[in-house]
Design a protein. Structure first.
Length: 465
């Protein structure tokens, strides 16, 4: 049977408390000795990292723009079957996604693909009876979305809660399953890209207090029952993990530490399933790339926050630069791109040298420079694809590149999905080193992952001949 117990935690808007409730729910379920698998809607890495830290299971991203319906089902089912309960945190407001006239990319779309019941969070901090009108509007907006109950955030008192609860239940006929009190101590620290990553936080007291509060104010047993009543998944073909290569043909060094840790877990699994052995190294601490590596994958992160420490590790930067010169395939996304530039200027305006593989200085802006989903077209043959190849990606960065030479080769054209007009160029290519601000999900274009491994195999073969 494929009626995997599951629940989607959605919100009426961004910042409404989805992550707080999700973390508390994960803790409560684990306290009941359930094996919990977390998922995150959309392209977010930071929330996913918090989920992973608590659940001790890598969180998986489910994104209905980057991935087809069948792939969303496959990636969910692959890990849900290993757990006794799945918790899926939404992104932004429940209906927010690609645009005004489509459900694509939204929490709602993912929930409907998975036939998952939804618990909707409402911030009732500045309303009471009006919460009934809001709940009713969300309930009626899309009848295909299976909202099964509500949780109220920013509640000031039990009297406040009872008024809002009564209004919602009378208007919608659905239960209010608890509340989160108005308490600044429940807010996690933030900085320019959102929440501070879990790797930089001491969360022991926070999680202990959160678990105690959620157990007291939220009806966990009813949420479990709603999740257990989720219907069976629809039938779907499996294409991404249909076959797995047992032989490890190449070894890829994965940059992973506090400065670099933005990876889709399924990207790593896809590379492994295609014959790659993955080994981690730390750009902050490792003196050299692991000797057995035939290729390098550098994900995103916060190199601007750790620029001083990164620049002091000159031996590793020299080693990576020499490997790039020697033709080793290196693929870098966003933060990885920044590390491969000549220098990074941090948030305080201090400039630090980086690997220098690409000319130019990365400077931190005062706000978002580029954000959202994009269609991607390759401008030349490279380690991932041939010229003219297309895929989808997500871009989210504050930084920009200054002092870039005109001779640098751009890697991609990028387009807004809801417009036909051309947007711009992104990324750089030199030898077998490809770096871009674009985050790509390999389940969207498995051929790109396969080509990456083939490029590494060719390099490995050439080195041994």
């Amino acid at each position: 049977m494929n009626n995997y117990p599951r629940i989607v935690i959605a919100g009426t808007e961004s910042g409404v408390g989805k992550t707080t409730l999700t973390l508390g729910l994960l803790l409560a379920l684990m306290n009941r000795e359930l094996d919990v698998q977390p998922f995150k809607c959309g392209p977010d890495y930071i929330d996913a990292g918090l989920h992973s830290r608590i659940s001790k299971r890598p969180c998986r991203n489910l994104d209905s723009f980057l991935l087809s319906k069948n792939v969303v089902l496959e990636l969910f089912e692959r890990k849900a079957r290993e757990a006794s309960f799945s918790v899926i945190e939404g992104v932004m407001g429940v209906f927010d996604g690609l645009g005004a006239d489509t459900d694509t990319g939204s929490t709602s779309h993912v929930a409907k693909i998975l036939r998952s019941p939804v618990i909707l969070i409402i911030d009732a901090g500045r309303m009471a009876r009006s919460a009934g009108a809001m709940a009713l509007g969300f309930q009626k907006y899309d009848r295909g979305l299976q909202i099964k109950g509500f949780v109220l955030n920013s509640i000031g008192s039990l009297y406040h809660y009872e008024i809002a609860k009564q209004a919602i239940e009378e208007k919608t006929g659905l239960p209010v399953l608890g509340y989160v009190p108005k308490d600044k101590a429940l807010s996690l620290p933030e900085r320019h890209l959102g929440l501070t990553p879990s790797s930089e936080l001491n969360m022991r007291k926070y999680l202990r207090d959160l678990a105690r509060l959620i157990e007291k104010s939220v009806d966990i047993e009813s949420i479990i029952q709603i999740g257990e009543e989720a219907p069976c998944l629809p039938e779907f073909p499996k294409t991404i993990f249909k076959q797995s290569c047992e032989e490890k043909r190449v070894t890829i060094a994965i940059a992973h530490d506090k400065a670099f840790h933005f990876y889709y877990e399924d990207n790593l699994d896809i590379l492994k399933s295609m014959g790659a052995k993955l080994i981690r190294f730390s750009p902050l601490k490792s003196k050299r790339v692991p000797a057995s590596a035939n290729g390098i994958y550098m994900g995103g992160g916060f190199p601007e926050v750790f620029a001083s420490e990164l620049s002091r590790n000159a031996s590793l930067m020299k080693d990576i630069s020499e490997k790039s010169e020697g033709g080793m395939p290196i693929y870098a996304e966003c933060g990885g791109l920044m590390y491969l530039m000549n220098s990074i200027e941090d948030m305080d305006g201090k400039e630090f040298p980086m690997t220098g593989i690409f000319p130019g200085t990365v400077r931190m802006g005062k706000g978002l420079r580029m954000f959202g989903y994009h269609n991607i077209e390759s401008l030349s043959d490279n380690i991932l694809c041939n010229r003219g190849s297309k895929t989808k990606g997500h871009i989210f960065h504050w930084s920009y590149i200054d002092k870039m030479k005109d001779t640098a080769n751009p890697a991609f054209k990028v387009y807004k999905p809801w417009r036909d007009n051309y947007v711009g160029y992104d990324g750089f290519l030199t030898r077998n080193t490809l770096a871009s601000y674009v985050h790509i999900h390999f389940a969207s274009s498995p051929l790109w992952a396969r080509n990456f491994i083939k490029s590494i195999e060719q390099y490995k073969g050439a080195k041994h001949n």
